[in-house]
Design a protein around this ligand. Structure first.
Ligand code: ZN
Length: 328
């Protein structure tokens, strides 16, 4: 997901519907080249309404926010209906633009072949889906039209999420690049009632060991709904409803448990006041809501050859993770 408020503004455009061979560089022959396609409405609707771990873990508050309901009484079925009606047809010009973008990046994409699924598909939607924020589901990059044509930067950001989802069994090492470790996390009633599901983030828990006030502790990134339902007076619509903080957790025998205060309340830390957090994730990006997003931004830097980053070592670690099979 690519958000705007505390985060960054992005938008984009489109893609094409044909497939093409990606050349004969390394890995292109290992299982064939990835096909880039444009989903028609029916296929887009199937992917958007699928019961994946985005649809099946939403709180009532976040369904209300996503459906612009001022009361938290909407269901996943209501959300599916909205998404069903929000898939759009591609125009020839849109397809041509995205096709050209993918084609211009053919060589770089071929170098990622060993990590990508057999197909990446583009779905065009209106701004009712995820508040008009570009995001991914399954092997699909979902693009609203409001932000203008798809940029290379946004394409690589979203492609990372598709790549990452396709490499689910390697998430421990991937998030480990930022110091995060896996844990069995269930939250508690207070935390779960406000959780806001990022479609680009896996359901599994990852925590970062930190030192707080001289004590060994642990935190997890926590994206949450700042309101119990949709509030039409809030600026920035859907994106304006997001809250973010670092949730203090206790780790025990592979589990992460919410570390509550003396009154039994969850403790949320300000990232800016948590030095160990930035020591782990670096300061290459301000889009810090989950290690998956920090890595997506660093992936953009890898693919676009970004220079002069404050923490180039973070980007270099990701680069090694991505291309190690080629280096061997
Ligand atoms: Zn993202």
């Amino acid at each position: 997901m690519k958000m705007i408020n505390l985060l960054i503004a992005l938008r984009f455009g489109l893609i094409f519907g044909l497939s093409f061979a990606l050349g004969n560089l390394a890995f292109a022959t290992d299982g064939g080249a990835t096909e880039y396609s444009f989903s028609d409405r029916e296929r887009g609707q199937q992917i958007l309404t699928a019961d994946d771990n985005y649809m099946n873990r939403m709180s009532a508050a976040e369904i209300a926010i996503r459906t612009s309901s001022v009361t938290a009484d909407k269901t996943v079925q209501d959300l599916k209906k909205l998404y069903q009606a929000s898939v759009l047809d591609w125009s020839k010009a849109e397809i041509a633009h995205i096709t050209a973008l993918v084609s211009a990046n053919k060589k770089k994409l071929t170098s990622l072949q060993h990590l990508l699924p057999a197909e990446v598909t583009f779905i065009k939607v209106n701004d009712k889906v995820e508040g008009g924020l570009p995001h991914t589901r399954a092997n699909a990059i979902i693009l609203p039209l409001s932000g203008g044509p798809l940029t290379e930067k946004l394409f690589y950001h979203e492609l990372f999420h598709v790549l990452s989802r396709h490499q689910l069994d390697k998430h421990h090492s991937l998030y480990g690049l930022l110091g995060f470790k896996p844990c069995d996390y269930r939250g508690n009633d207070e935390v779960n009632a406000k959780s806001l599901t990022n479609p680009d983030v896996p359901a599994a828990g990852y925590y970062l060991p930190v030192t707080l006030d001289g004590q060994a502790s642990a935190i997890m990134t926590y994206l949450h709904a700042a309101r119990a339902a949709f509030d039409p007076t809030i600026e920035k619509g859907f994106g304006g409803h997001f809250g973010f903080g670092l949730l203090k957790v206790k780790t025990d025998d592979g589990k992460c448990i919410v570390d509550t205060d003396a009154e039994g309340k969850a403790q949320l830390l300000n990232p800016a006041a948590t030095a160990d957090f930035f020591a782990a994730i670096g300061r290459n990006t301000s889009y810090i809501i989950h290690p998956e997003e920090v890595l997506a931004e660093n992936f953009v830097f890898v693919m676009m050859g970004k220079k002069d980053l404050p923490n180039p070592e973070v980007m270099e670690r990701l680069k090694t993770w991505l291309f190690q099979p080629i280096l061997k």
